[in-house]
Design a protein around this ligand. Structure first.
Ligand SMILES: Nc1nc2c(ncn2[C@@H]2O[C@@H]3COP(=O)(O)O[C@H]4[C@@H](O)[C@H](n5cnc6c(=O)[nH]c(N)nc65)O[C@@H]4COP(=O)(O)O[C@H]3[C@H]2O)c(=O)[nH]1
Length: 602
């Protein structure tokens, strides 16, 4: 302001002077306005300008060469909240919001001094303290000697436009549920960081985060609860990261974190990224209070690093971090893994199994085989239903090759329900055809058992097929019992009320304790085939089998041995007191149609 020279004597009325200036040009298109009383342009009465000034919807102010406000119009009063009296004598600094930097004002003044005008966007402050955005035009009015006489300014409130712009930007760049960046914004920032890393030589990291078993929360507690949990997770992520780190939600329960400017050394960068990942893991593990319920959830994290040496695309880096996250899931969840190229092949294989498995489910490629169970006198005791995938090109695929993927991806829920229904339907059909099948054992994956819909899905399979529940034996594993004892017992109790029986599969390979077993409403222990295999020439295995049989006797449980392949094994097991067998010695698992040949009517 001090650079501005004081105006010449202000000897005519304001209206008259403005009359003169407006005769020359429109004030908003001229570069520099000079008053020229000798103008020969046609005259318009001052009342017209007065009227224009008073009724304009744009705020207008006129200031003298010292920037002291001489006059403002009613629109100025309406937009800024300052009355005419409050404004006169003040400088436009009255409206300063503090949002703009000193260099912003330097450029404004440079334009006014050199070009005689400035136009642009500004954020001003209303009398009530609220900030509002304006589109402002300022013109310098000079006399014939190029001495500044006045500054005239007009501005319109563009807050609505700016808010709409902001909303549109948010819609395009932010995730509406969590308020975090979305994939598009994340990729933009990642691209910037890739360029920055190339220049600086510093490492950056992309961390892919997926909540463990989040689907269960959504399925069991509802989507509202799931959404609230995701919002809490987002908050914790933001709280535990620096503001310069970018956190984004890609969708569902998938989040990504971008760490930049780590260090120049790979080891140090790995260490820092690992520390951040561990910090995030710990923070997410803390109990959540969602709608008066205490919830706990863990996460699996995958980390990939980038720097000058890497010429990766954003897409590729995200994929690498995703692949590493899957490795963390397979390592038992609630942990983090760094990306390694070997993981990619594994991930591609898993992805193709996942896609093909979904297709197989829809296209009846999933079938059940049935392996008979006998007593020592070869009396049929029942069958175990065993899943097979009849792949059109790859042939018969063993469950060991696709069940882990089905469990990791949650497909096991749909698959398990389907198998349960198919097994019940087959048993009901045998019974209705008059065949004597005392029981059918059905394998239940731990993921399937712990799902909130499990009891309902068993009940609905039984109701839909009309099968006799007393002929159903559900096989669960020891590890399931250890992890969720109370929940497992409750579900077993509900199903036992319907007449269903339970067998502990692969018994002896897990960590069951006698104390647990006593509490469980179990009917049968199944000796794992790894003990049966060497029972005749390995003392340890023989001792374990003897102990299991004794334990079953003392707990009043049935016992069955699986994987029996030789008559010696049958004899040995029978000597120990086991009188139920399943294994290749008796029969391999058979397709449903072949089972008919070994079934008895009666
Ligand atoms: N070496 C040898 N093996 C024998 C012998 N007798 C039976 N087996 C095999 O041993 C496995 C017994 O099933 P499991 O322990 O429940 O172990 C099963 C079970 O845990 C799981 N599984 C199979 N079907 C289903 C299903 O429908 N649902 C679920 N959730 N899991 C299933 O996959 C595992 C493997 O199933 P399969 O490949 O069918 O393998 C079956 C069966 O084919 C024998 O004498 N010698």
């Amino acid at each position: 302001m001090s650079a501005l020279k004081k105006a010449d004597h202000f000897n005519t009325s304001l209206a008259e002077e403005m009359d003169s200036s407006f005769q020359l040009h429109s004030p908003f298109v001229t570069r520099r306005i000079q008053l020229n009383h000798a103008s020969s342009l046609p005259q318009i009465g001052s009342s017209v300008y007065q009227c224009f000034f008073e009724h304009s919807s744009d705020a207008m102010l006129i200031a003298d060469a010292d920037c002291k406000i001489l006059h403002v119009n009613p629109a100025f009063v309406a937009i800024t909240g300052y009355t005419l009296e409050e404004s006169i004598g003040q400088t436009p600094h009255l409206l300063c919001s503090g949002v703009h930097s000193e260099s912003f004002y330097d450029q404004l003044w440079e334009s006014l001094n050199q070009k005689g005008y400035w136009r642009g966007e500004l954020v001003n402050k209303h009398k009530n303290g609220d900030a509002f955005s304006i589109w402002q035009r300022i013109n310098v009015i000079e006399d014939n000697n190029r001495q500044v006489l006045y500054y005239i300014s007009a501005f319109s409130d563009i807050s609505i436009i700016k808010n709409t712009e902001r909303k549109l930007w948010q819609m395009a760049h932010l995730d509406s549920l969590s308020g975090l960046a979305n994939r598009a914004l994340f990729e933009q920032r990642l691209l910037q960081e890739l360029f920055a890393a190339k220049r600086s030589g510093q490492f950056g990291a992309v961390i892919f985060l997926d909540l463990d078993d989040f689907k269960k929360i959504n399925d069991c507690l509802g989507h509202r609860c799931g959404d609230l949990l995701l919002q809490e997770v987002a908050k914790r992520l933001q709280l535990n990261l620096r503001t310069e780190d970018t956190v984004a939600r890609l969708g569902g329960d998938e989040f990504v974190i971008l760490l930049s400017g780590l260090t120049h050394k790979l080891d140090d960068a790995e260490k820092t990224a690992g520390n951040v990942a561990q910090k995030v893991l710990n923070a997410l593990l803390e109990v959540y209070l969602i709608e008066d319920q205490e919830l706990q959830i863990s996460a699996s994290l995958g980390i990939t690093l980038f720097s000058t040496a890497f010429d990766e695309s954003t897409e590729k880096l995200l994929r690498q971090a995703d692949v590493a996250m899957y490795a963390a899931k397979t390592e038992g969840k609630s942990t983090y893994c760094f990306y390694h190229p070997d993981m990619l092949e594994q991930a591609n294989k898993r992805l193709s199994i996942e896609n093909e498995l979904r297709f197989a489910l829809q296209n009846d490629q999933i079938v059940l085989f049935y392996q008979p169970q006998y007593d020592a006198a070869r009396q049929l005791l029942g069958f175990e239903a065993l899943v097979r995938w009849q792949h059109p090109e790859k042939g018969m695929i063993s469950p060991a090759d696709f069940l882990p993927v089905a469990e990791e991806t949650g497909i096991i829920i749909e698959l398990g329900e389907r198998l349960l229904y198919m097994a019940c339907r087959q048993l009901a059909a045998w019974h209705s055809q008059g065949f004597k099948v005392p029981h059918l054992a059905i394998n239940i994956s731990p993921v399937q058992f712990t799902h909130c819909n499990f009891v309902d899905s068993v009940n609905s399979a039984m109701e839909l097929t009309g099968v006799n529940p007393a002929a159903i034996m559900l096989e669960i594993t020891e590890n399931l019992i250890i992890k969720n004892i109370t929940e497992v017992i409750e579900k077993m109790r509900l199903l036992k009320q319907r007449g269903i029986r339970f067998s502990i599969d692969d018994f002896g390979t897990g960590y069951s304790s006698l104390a647990y077993l006593r509490r469980m409403p179990i009917d049968q222990l199944k000796i794992d085939r790894s003990f049966v295999q060497d029972i005749t020439h390995n003392e340890n295995d023989a001792a374990i089998v003897n102990t299991i049989i004794a334990m079953a006797g003392s707990l009043n449980l049935d016992i069955i041995a699986e994987g029996v392949e030789t008559p010696e094994q049958v004899a040995y097991l029978a000597d120990c007191g086991c009188n139920a067998f399943q294994g290749y010695w008796f029969s391999r698992p058979l397709p449903g149609a072949e089972v008919l040949s070994i079934l008895d009517k009666g």
